[in-house]
Design a protein around this ligand. Sequence first.
Ligand code: ADP
Length: 321
Amino acid sequence: MDQTPAIKIRDLVKRYAPAGKDAGAKADGGKLALAGVSFDVPQGQIFGLLGPNGAGKSTIINTLAGLVMKTSGQVEIWGHDIDRAGRNAKASIGIVPQEVVFDPFFTPFEVLDIQAGLYGVNKAARRTMELLRSVHLEDKAHAYARSLSGGMKRRLLIAKAMVHSPPVLVLDEPTAGVDVELRRLLWELVAELNAQGMTVVLTTHYLEEAEQLCDRIAIINHGRLIADKPTREMVDMTREKIVVLTLDRAIAAPPQHPMFLKSQISGENEVRITYSKDRMNAGEVLGLVQGLGYGIIDVSTDEADLEDVFVKLTSAAPVEG
Ligand code: ADP
């Protein structure tokens, strides 16, 4: 008796058409941005779509927003197929773009009221003040947008994405180029909205952001999903390392030590030992195995692709221009 996912994506492929006549050498049939991506966003969660620049995150978001036409695959939002029930799909999602652009002479109240009009929300059903309250902008309801701080503008953008009361909110890189304090305030706001029942999807290339905020994380790289797990499991995976040791004789039982997370025989005289990089390093693992009386003939490490991606992600500059 599974609950319908908030978002369901199956075999999503996007190949961008080659750019116009001037594209010159790039007459290769276009850029394959998504090479068959499948995942579900469960209802009620904060779901992080994590990946380095160029991974395909915006292409997924823009497909959900109806701004990019997928090449193939299936997408459902709140149970509505974007091809067969486009209007219902669109009504079920609010997208918070990265760019903050407002007409400086409109007030937050007007910005929301106009947006509600665009979405066909009739006057009686508009909840403009309630929305302003939920993003902590009620005092600024009638101030000019140009007098708002950067953080206030971002919060207004979030409210603007919610005028039609969608059950799913998508934030595209909510904290790109934002200072630490504002980042924390935005995280709090996202957590508050989620606590009120909103399913939230956010894209980020900061591991820390996904780790702090998300219930579940999917990692995308080069247009492919390489992991999709609850945050706890994902974080544990990044802490685990494996060394593969060839020992000087056949072994009946894997060498055991309380510091090893796992020790498994993987060949006649080969053993795979999993350890936490927070607690020890490979040299210490070798030392313990030798201490147990084994000679070591060869050593290799076995790292998940995930590790590489995380290294790339975490080494990215924290603020971009
Ligand atoms: P991300 O959001 O993870 O940084 P994108 O979805 O923007 O990644 O991009 C995925 C890939 O598709 C990149 O290689 C990018 O250069 C390419 N791409 C994105 N938009 C277009 C476009 N309009 N035309 C051609 N290629 C594009």
